[in-house]
Write a protein that binds this ligand. Structure first.
Ligand code: FO1
Length: 313
């Protein structure tokens, strides 16, 4: 059984970790959004890739979900005292990742190859891949003009009102070769509970997973887990984005977002009253506890998702 999980940052990483506790290394490929990537202090930063890898390796900061556990901040504090920007917090341990990734990219290695080598060094046995080896940049159109993703997300704390999104470079970019192969040979695709607008949509666009998912064969399953619980996002600005785009945030709105692509939809028990409306979108629906507060919750949700789509492990 071959499963591909599509993930953005923290929520995606948690479910990917749950899946990795159940599936064998050869059974799981996690394809990660790189639309949030940017250059800062001359370094190439891949926040979502790092969040997924640190989480799978057990190195992630348990409070924030991003960055490293047992982190110190000497370098960024020093740079800030010298007049450098401190709005994007780069920890000392985390900096090592960006330094080495930037050195390898400048030497001509692909992001896929670098990620594979980092995973090996961190003891990650499952495959983690960027969606593309070419740069794609999520741009957020707001009432204050268009902002680069991290500028909007971290620097401006998601305060400007969102009007739309653009994935710069996406039209010219190819999926990473191994990501394309993984999707083409997948028995099922799991869309993790990540932000549909800015974490999942760029991956779907790059992989050409449109409402009629061409690379997947007849009978294959695409399951999505709602990141909206009781009308609010578990983390991050997804609910705020829905509201600003004049859509009421709900698990049903997420299901509609993926209509035509997704065959199975998972939402939280708190949203059980929406089950018939979701089924009306031509999807099978499962209601369960989707809040992943502990490592046990991650594995439990992953196990229920796999069972729901008929994967026996
Ligand atoms: N998120 C923040 O809210 N503030 C930060 O200072 C910050 C720094 C940071 C450093 C490395 C990294 O890998 C991620 C970091 N993030 C930070 C998270 C990141 O901006 C977002 O979680 C993702 O881009 C959205 O998925």
């Amino acid at each position: 059984m071959k499963i591909v999980a599509l993930a953005g940052g923290v929520g995606g990483a948690k479910l990917a970790h749950g899946l990795a506790q159940i599936l064998k290394p050869e059974e799981l490929t996690v394809i990660v959004n790189t639309g949030d990537d940017f250059e800062h202090y001359g370094l190439y930063i891949c926040p979502d890739l790092d969040t997924v890898c640190y989480t799978l390796a057990g190195l992630a900061n348990p409070e924030t979900g991003w960055g490293r556990a047992d982190e110190s901040w000497n370098a960024i504090e020093n740079a800030s005292k010298l007049g450098g920007p401190a709005w994007f917090k780069l920890g000392d341990r985390d900096l090592g990742t960006h330094l080495e990734r930037t050195r390898r990219l400048k030497a001509g290695d692909s992001l896929s190859q670098i990620t594979q080598d980092f995973c090996k060094a961190w003891g990650i046995q499952h495959t983690v891949l960027p969606m593309s080896d070419q740069p794609i940049r999520t741009m957020v159109d707001t009432d204050e003009g268009e902002l680069a993703f991290q500028e909007y997300f971290v620097h401006r704390r998601c305060e400007p009102r969102v009007k739309g999104f653009r994935f710069e470079g996406a039209d010219e970019a190819e999926p990473a070769a191994k990501a394309r192969e993984a999707v083409e040979s997948a028995d099922a695709v799991v869309i993790c509970p990540s932000n549909p607008w800015v974490s999942v949509d760029p991956v779907l666009k790059i992989l050409s997973l449109t409402p009629t998912p061409l690379p997947l064969g007849e009978g294959n399953r695409v399951v999505a887990i709602s990141p909206i619980i009781g009308g609010e996002a578990i983390k991050g600005p997804a609910a705020k984005m829905y509201r600003e785009l004049r859509i009421e945030p709900s698990a049903l709105a997420v299901a509609k977002h993926y209509q035509g692509l997704v065959t199975h939809f998972v939402m939280d028990t708190i949203d059980s009253q929406l089950i018939e409306s979701v089924r009306g979108l031509n999807m099978q629906a499962l209601v369960t506890n989707t809040l992943m507060k502990s490592h046990v919750d991650r594995k439990q949700l992953a196990s229920e998702v796999l069972q729901f789509i008929g994967v026996t492990v």
